[in-house]
Write a protein that binds this ligand. Structure first.
Ligand code: NAD
Length: 418
């Protein structure tokens, strides 16, 4: 486990777990069993590049626990992917699924690559090779993948096709987040972002903040963009947006129609003239009612946590706040945190709906999907707020305590196989 220990993301997930295990007074026989991943799989994927060279990519899949059902979690393409990060993301998935009441253990996958620098053909060959390497370890009742950073519906379509061709019949339930035309769910594409917008709205209402509240969003991919459009549609003012090319800030509100037009042609924020340029570091520190980190992990650190000027911190990304930063935020009762395992759970909730629709081969309308999504999200939000109030703890500890307790209970009830 030494290579895991060297990963800051893995250490952070462990620190979070240990703090909650202490809080829950979890007996020692369960601590390591509930914390450590059940299966860590690393494969090499040789891929022919467009120039004829064969390049070797390293891919990982971590299945955190198997106590509540199949494992479930995204697949990430990013050059910084490593086994420790993937393990941390799988741990957070476990607690997220348990918090939302889904019958899954957490999983995560990742391939270290530069997706934006690869051609469509190279990405397809990489995806198919990785899926082929994973076949002994995945299945609709074993482990189900979904898109994450750097992957999308097309990636899932290639995975489904590769798996289906191997087993000899179509298996839509092998992945979620696939195109609707091959068994995807209506609403899945928008689910995480719209879930973030729904919960941010709930928090702003609870704090009785004005309808025209100012919102800043870091990251404008699947999650950030749908959250931004949904919040703008609900009357909130988006004053800051950023992506990996930099940020744009406009205290009077960004014109979202112009931004949408820009993205349709440019695909990145660079070149958008609807505000002043701002760095990814500075954008987090601007005054606003809601700040939504929706890009990479560990952007709220002990250096900037004390300088945030938001009233709501809606953690759309996974693990955006370091353990040290969290200690600072706990002392700041001016900031209402919607912790990541709650805030971005809309994605896995609608993934679950997609999987259920695939297994029963019976599909739901979009309003049905969103009604069910908002009901589950609302319940989880209320549960976390209540737990925090009753036990006098912060929202992250409350959310993690609910999720982790459910995993412990499942392991206790199932017992230990000799
Ligand atoms: P994406 O690849 O669609 O978009 C990522 C965005 O972040 C892009 O706009 C990119 O330019 C930007 N970005 C990358 N590096 C950055 C940096 N250093 N600074 C600022 N911006 C940067 O990914 P996504 O699916 O939107 O996922 C974003 C986050 O949400 C990730 O943490 C992911 O794990 C989490 N998440 C995603 C889903 C989902 O359904 N897609 C569900 C739950 C959680």
């Amino acid at each position: 486990m030494n290579s895991l220990e060297s990963s800051p993301a893995f250490r952070m997930a462990c620190q979070q777990f240990d703090a909650v295990a202490d809080f829950l007074e979890m007996p020692s026989p369960y601590r390591e069993r509930v914390k450590m991943p059940k299966r860590l799989i690393t494969v090499t994927c040789p891929v022919e590049m467009d120039n004829g060279d064969v390049k070797l990519f390293l891919g990982h899949r971590v299945q955190h626990h198997l106590a509540l059902g199949p494992t479930k979690g995204g697949l990430r393409y990013h050059h910084k992917v490593d086994l420790g990060e993937v393990t941390a993301l799988a741990m957070w998935m476990s607690w997220k699924c348990a918090l939302a009441g889904l019958p899954y253990g957490g999983a995560k996958g990742g391939i270290a690559c530069h997706p934006l620098e690869m051609s469509e053909g190279e990405l397809e060959r990489l995806t198919r090779r990785f899926t082929a390497e994973m076949i002994p370890f995945i299945g609709p009742h074993t482990d189900v993948m979904a898109p994450d950073m750097g992957t999308n519906e097309q990636t899932m379509a290639w995975m489904m096709d590769t798996y289906s061709t191997q087993v000899g019949h179509s298996v839509p339930g092998i992945v979620t987040g696939k195109p609707v035309k091959i068994g995807g769910s209506l609403g899945r594409r928008e689910a995480t972002g719209r879930g973030v917008a729904f919960l941010t709205g709930r928090a702003l209402e609870l704090l009785k903040l004005p309808e025209k509240s100012r919102i800043i969003i870091q990251g404008f991919g699947n999650v950030g963009s749908f959250a931004a459009y949904a919040l703008a549609k609900n009357g909130y003012t988006i004053i800051g947006i950023s992506d990996h090319t930099g940020g744009v800030f406009n205290p009077h509100g960004i014109d979202m129609t112009a931004l949408h037009r820009h993205f349709q042609t440019s695909k990145v924020l660079e070149g958008f003239r609807g505000g002043d340029p701002i760095s990814n570091e500075e954008i987090l520190l601007q005054p606003c009612e809601a700040l939504i980190p929706a890009a990479v992990e560990r952007v709220i650190t002990e250096e900037n946590a004390g300088k945030l000027q938001c009233r709501v911190l809606a953690e759309a990304a996974n693990g955006p706040t370091t353990f040290e930063a969290d200690q600072i935020l706990r002392k700041r009762d001016d900031i209402f945190v919607i912790p990541d395992i709650l805030c971005n759970s809309g994605g896995v909730i609608v993934s679950y709906f997609e999987w259920v629709q695939n297994l029963q081969t019976f599909f739901w309308s979009e309003p049905e999907v969103f009604d069910k999504l908002y009901r589950l999200l609302g319940q989880a939000f209320d549960q976390v707020i209540k737990e925090a109030k009753v036990r006098n703890i912060d929202h992250r500890t409350a959310a993690l305590a609910i999720g982790i307790s459910k995993v412990v209970d499942a392991k206790k009830l199932r017992g230990l196989f000799p």
